[in-house]
Design a protein around this ligand. Structure first.
Ligand code: GLU
Length: 412
């Protein structure tokens, strides 16, 4: 979990580099709106009051868009940093959304289904006036998934009357969710890793990869990359890690862990159990942090032994960590490019809901690839032209786009 807005460093750098005026700087450095709600939940042993947040960072280019995180460490500062990141992510993808993020400070593993439904619907009702298909569209993030989105859809409909599937994305298929949404972020990570490997003249065939995180993002990315000929030599989850230098069978590993409800570290028929931290320092071609924020920091960055780090998680590298990686010539593919597959398919879900169309998985995959590849091409162009890091190039493109829309509107 990120402990501070390290994205602010990159934003400030971009604003300076682009020579933006003071008004615009203040406008982009601060959120548009911050909402917090208190959520009293009746539990067996009495009422427990949870805190919920939504930070709407910017909507110059379209409705606020971003996930809802259920995590014990979530606070306003994190939500702000993550909301801002969404503004740049949607701008870089050139999809007509702004940026937001929110959630509930809780450990979802300690709540039962009824409690989660109650909290999610209470959160939605209290936020409802500021949500909406043309205003702010939540989606899944850490600790939430299609079921929470279904509850939001239901509670918002109750508040507003009628059907509004386009108020939330990442819904179950049965309620207007899009084909391909569940795998979307992991597939996007795979596509971007493939393009980046081509750009570095290394390709994917037989490349060794370590992945921190084997949840929705890491597990899908692993399977796509393995299919493309990579050797996934290590993966970790919240409770353990496993390594096999010959390459893990990631599909079977996932199935075993799900069926037996065990950590990857306990699935020793697939490889050798190792310490979670070791996953980061293995000698690999590509390292993919796909778990928490701030995973790579000043105390462990010098141990990274990869040619390229692909940020599947949001903000997995601190500012100090990034400096050390850069000094060691390790290429970083930034989160706002690498993990944008999720919000891109969210956009396609929103279009389908608004038009009443239902696209096949193939159609969704093709459209996603087209949007992301356009973004990747403009990123590479900027990166080459000015000899900037991929992150710097990404921020310049995104900040410039948001600034232009803001100026044209006379500050939204
Ligand atoms: N939570 C995801 C992200 O950080 C998806 C957001 C969305 O689909 O709106 O990009």
């Amino acid at each position: 979990m990120s402990n501070g807005n390290c994205g602010a460093n990159y934003l400030n750098w971009a604003l300076k580099h682009l020579n933006m005026d003071e008004t615009l700087c203040a406008y982009l450095q601060t959120p548009y709106r911050v909402i917090s709600v208190e959520l009293p939940l009746p539990r067996e042993d009495g009422i427990v009051v949870f805190k919920g947040y939504r930070v709407q960072h910017n909507h110059a280019r379209g409705p606020f868009k971003g996930g809802l995180r259920y995590h014990p460490d979530l606070n306003l500062e994190h939500a702000h940093a993550l909301a801002e990141l969404m503004t740049w992510k949607t701008a870089l993808m050139n999809i007509p959304f702004g940026g937001a993020k929110g959630g509930i400070t809780c450990n979802p593993a300690e709540l039962d289904e009824r409690e989660l439904e109650f909290l999610t619907k209470l959160y939605t009702r209290r936020m409802a006036r500021l949500l909406g298909p043309d205003c702010d569209i939540p989606a899944p993030d850490m600790g939430t998934g299609p079921q929470e989105m279904a509850w939001i859809y239901d509670a918002y409909g109750g508040y507003q009357g009628g059907h509004h599937p386009d108020v939330v994305t990442g819904k179950p298929l049965q309620l207007g969710g899009s084909a391909g949404r569940v795998a979307a972020t992991g597939r996007g990570v795979f596509l971007v890793t493939k393009w980046a490997a081509e750009a570095l003249d290394m390709g994917l065939k037989n490349k060794t990869i370590a992945i921190q995180g084997f949840g929705n993002v890491g597990a899908y990315a692993a399977q796509y990359l393995q299919k493309a000929g990579c050797k996934i030599i290590a993966v970790s989850d919240a409770n353990g890690a496993i390594c096999n230098k010959e390459g893990l069978d990631t599909k079977a590993l996932l199935k075993t862990c799900n069926e037996k409800n065990i950590s990857v570290g306990k699935a020793t028929s697939y490889g050798e159990s190792i310490e979670q931290d070791q996953v980061l320092s293995l000698d690999v071609d590509i390292l993919i942090p796909a778990a928490i924020g701030d995973a790579i920091h000043k105390n462990n960055a010098s141990k990274i032994n990869a040619r390229m780090v692909v940020e599947a998680a949001n903000m997995p590298i601190t500012h100090e960590g990034e400096k050390i990686l850069a000094k060691n010539d390790i290429v970083i593919i930034p989160d706002i490019m690498a993990n944008a597959g999720g919000v891109t398919v969210s956009y396609l879900e929103w279009i389908q809901n608004r038009s009443g169309l239902i696209w096949s998985e193939k159609e969704v995959e093709e459209r996603t690839e087209e949007i992301m590849h356009q973004a990747w091409k403009s990123l590479c162009e900027r990166h080459r032209q000015k000899e900037l890091s991929y992150r710097q190039a990404a921020y310049l493109i995104a900040v410039e786009r948001v600034a232009q829309s803001s100026e044209l509107r006379g500050y939204a």
